[in-house]
Design a protein around this ligand. Sequence first.
Ligand code: ZN
Length: 252
Amino acid sequence: MLDRIAQLRQILDGSRYTVALCGSGMLEEGGLEGLKKQDRAYYIEEKYGCAVEEMYTSAFYNTRPEQFFDFYKNEILGRIPRETATAGALADIERAGKLQCIIDTNVYEQMERGGCTNVINLHGSIYQNQCPRCKRMYPMSYIVESKRVPLCETCNVPIRPLVSLTGEMVDSRNMTRTTQEIAQADVLLLLGTTLGSEVFKQYVKYFSGRYLVVIHKEGHYTDRGADLVILDYPMNVLPLLHYEEKTGETGE
Ligand SMILES: [Zn+2]
């Protein structure tokens, strides 16, 4: 793997604009199993009497808010993935001027928690919650601590977590920004995702840069479309690039 690391370092060093895409593999390395993985999907259906596909939707939120928040608080807010070495390594690459934008499809702000700054949360964030009427923002703790359905203190209507639920349009500003970032990238890093990703496919087609790099635990037949593929968790790869700032002289 070491020659691939050296190759990646060379690609990044030579890049004038790098964009990273973070997919569901980032959750996995953070210790969270995807909601749709079979065992967990089965457990959830047993517990709530409904499938994930049915509950994590705007229709469910609108028509059955009590059940929605029961599910949301336990299964989403109750199981936040930890930040991994990936976030810190990406923050180091950002500071070195070799990473201009991170596009995260997960809703847990793993990258910001690790110190990254230029992040687009394409599907929103669990830390952003808003009253649909007066637009007041509420912290996640307010949602967690509410007894049943979290209500706006002023308007008394259910507060909306600003995450994209299935069946909704993704925020069009985020879509536009994502497309623009990818279109101007020289290097595109796919972290914890593949070229076959349903979510990213529609954006990756705008990439016309020089190097497409996939770092993912599992190989995929679409990998042959990439210039460099490293089959491992990004947290095992990115710190080996050693972009961290040198803090003073080391002895002698
Ligand atoms: Zn309100």
